[in-house]
Design a protein around this ligand. Structure first.
Ligand code: NAP
Length: 500
């Protein structure tokens, strides 16, 4: 596990928010674990004219909550070098190459290069092309490319981007980040399924009634209004994170837990997701936008009044939908998904709702439904798992009561568990692509999302709204109610939701 890796990282967007908040702290954690130690160097590059010294000060600032001693932080930061660079200017790649070769010699790095594109995807094509043309893709060692989301704006733009990148890098050299796949409990989905016969043997349409996935955010768009207004919840959350979770839940058991086997099964599952006709989109998907409201007695603005958002914006900040997977295993089992901003609580959870017992022996009315068994996987901020079951209420009468068998990771475990980005960079260093998204997965996801987008883009009527601090619009509850279901996770009761 802790074999030292020798590698040269080049971080494009080295002055940016992602690099500072996620990448540098993750590299430091890997350094503390001895995964990168002496034979590594980092080139940070962006347009700002920083010196190496200033860059190193920034690095130390970004890891200040993690450092054990000042000497240690200085030693870590001494591996970082800065090169001012406009990615559109080919001259700069020449000096980048000179620096890369100098650092490889200094740190005895054997040609292993990890190019991290932590900047807008608009530049990905240019950067990869220049890396190739100016000879920055080394002949020895590995060359890997990590790229951030969003991967395209729709299938067409994603395909163009992919073709540009594929001119230089093979699919097995491309690591497309979906940071949800670095989360402990998302990775735990496979363990829960494949390490428990009781669960896997019931993981099908004979026993499962429906599956619900909620990715709920309490915050609004904050300073990201400019980006978000062009994207919306469907592209920002459903195309990537939600469909990735769906594929892990829906895939068939892989022959082995290797990246190739798992990816093949995920790809098959995503290909089986039904791409809706316009009529089916209207029936199965709802969107909405947050209105004024309150949370914890704080008054909240409506979306159209947010910074850099058009006053007449029709961008959705909430999506709920029903996904259907046309396989033997899942025929007839709806996967309900919902995601939104400014909801009452931040949290990601999956609820697997099992079918009811055929008769209720505990009621005079045998048709009266008992509460369903529900397996819940808590992804964030709580990490854990629970199972809702019915038992006998203590007393002389034969009454039932429902409670949860619950396991939650302790605060200590959470504090010591690797950050998503740390885990993903570690996997990339090991050439393990399990937790990255293959092009075929991206392509299937866009085809599904594009069909919905097309219908919504043609409809210029106002969107339904929901009060900030609620769990979304009434249309979201109605979507499940018409199938005889309800959202199992309800941080606030439907009555309260209505009142908001
Ligand atoms: P950001 O803060 O705006 O950083 C962009 C970086 O690109 C800066 O370092 C900027 O530095 C550099 N840059 C811009 N134009 C350049 C050019 N022509 N030549 C060279 N460098 C240039 O963005 P970010 O939030 O870090 O996001 C980066 C990527 O990660 C995006 O694809 C985003 O969608 C994705 N992402 C970010 C987060 C997050 O938490 N921030 C989360 C998920 C995904 P200069 O201005 O100095 O040139």
């Amino acid at each position: 596990m802790t074999t030292e890796q020798n590698v040269l990282f080049t971080i494009f967007g080295g002055t940016g928010d992602l690099a500072k908040r996620k990448l540098y702290p993750s590299l430091y954690r890997l350094y503390k674990k001895g995964i990168i130690k002496e034979q590594f160097a980092v080139i940070g590059t962006a347009r700002r004219e920083w010196t190496d010294d200033h860059y190193r000060e920034i690095i130390i600032e970004t890891i200040k909550d993690l450092i054990v001693s000042e000497e240690d932080a200085i030693e870590f930061a001494s591996h970082f070098y800065y090169q001012s660079h406009n990615v559109n200017d080919s001259e700069h790649y020449v000096s980048l190459k000179v620096l890369a070769e100098k650092l490889e010699a200094r740190y005895h790095i054997k040609g292993n290069r990890l190019h991290y594109l932590a900047m807008s995807p608009d530049f990905f094509g240019t950067i990869t092309q220049q890396l190739n043309e100016q000879g920055l893709v080394s002949d020895t060692g590995f060359n890997r490319l990590i790229i951030e989301k969003p991967f395209g704006h729709d299938y067409e733009t994603a395909n163009i981007l992919n073709e540009q990148i594929r001119e230089v890098f093979d699919e097995n050299q491309i690591f497309r980040i979906d940071h949800y796949l670095g989360k402990e409990m998302v990775q735990n989905i496979s363990t829960v399924r494949f390490a428990n016969n009781m669960i896997e043997s019931m993981w099908n349409n004979r026993y499962i009634d429906n599956i619900q996935i909620t990715l709920s955010e309490a915050l609004g768009v904050e300073e990201r209004g400019g980006y978000y207004d062009k994207s919306g919840a469907l592209r920002d959350m459903v195309q990537n994170h939600i469909l990735q979770v769906v594929s892990l839940l829906a895939m068939e058991p892989p022959a082995k837990l290797s990246d190739i086997d798992i990816r093949n099964e995920k790809i098959k599952a995503l290909r089986a997701v039904r791409v809706f006709t316009p009529e089916e989109v209207k029936e199965n998907f709802v969107r909405a936008q947050y209105d004024v409201g309150s949370n914890d007695d704080i008054l909240l603005n409506k979306y159209q009044n947010e910074l850099n958002v058009a006053e007449d914006s029709l961008t959705e900040t909430f999506v709920a939908g029903k996904i259907l997977i046309d396989t033997f295993r899942w025929k007839g089992v709806p996967f309900y998904i919902r995601t939104g901003k400014r909801l009452s609580e931040k949290g990601t959870q999956i609820n697997i709702v099992f079918k009811n017992v055929p008769l209720n022996l505990f009621s005079e009315d045998a048709e009266e439904k008992l509460p369903s068994n529900v397996l819940t996987i808590f992804i964030q901020p709580t990490e854990g798992i629970s199972l809702q079951i019915n038992t006998k209420k203590t007393g002389i009468d034969l009454e039932t009561e429902t409670f949860d068998l619950m396991h939650q990771h302790s605060a200590e475990t959470l504090a010591n568990s690797p950050e998503a980005y740390e885990k993903l960079i570690f996997d990339c260093l090991n050439g393990d692509a399990t937790n990255f998204t293959h092009w075929d997965e991206v392509a299937s996801s866009w085809r599904f999302v594009d069909a919905i987008r097309k219908v919504w883009d043609q409809d210029k009527t106002n969107l339904p709204s929901y009060p900030s601090g609620s769990m979304g619009p009434a249309e979201s509850d109605a979507l499940l109610a018409k199938d005889g279901f309800y959202w199992y996770w309800n941080p606030i009761s439907p009555d309260e939701n209505e009142k908001k």
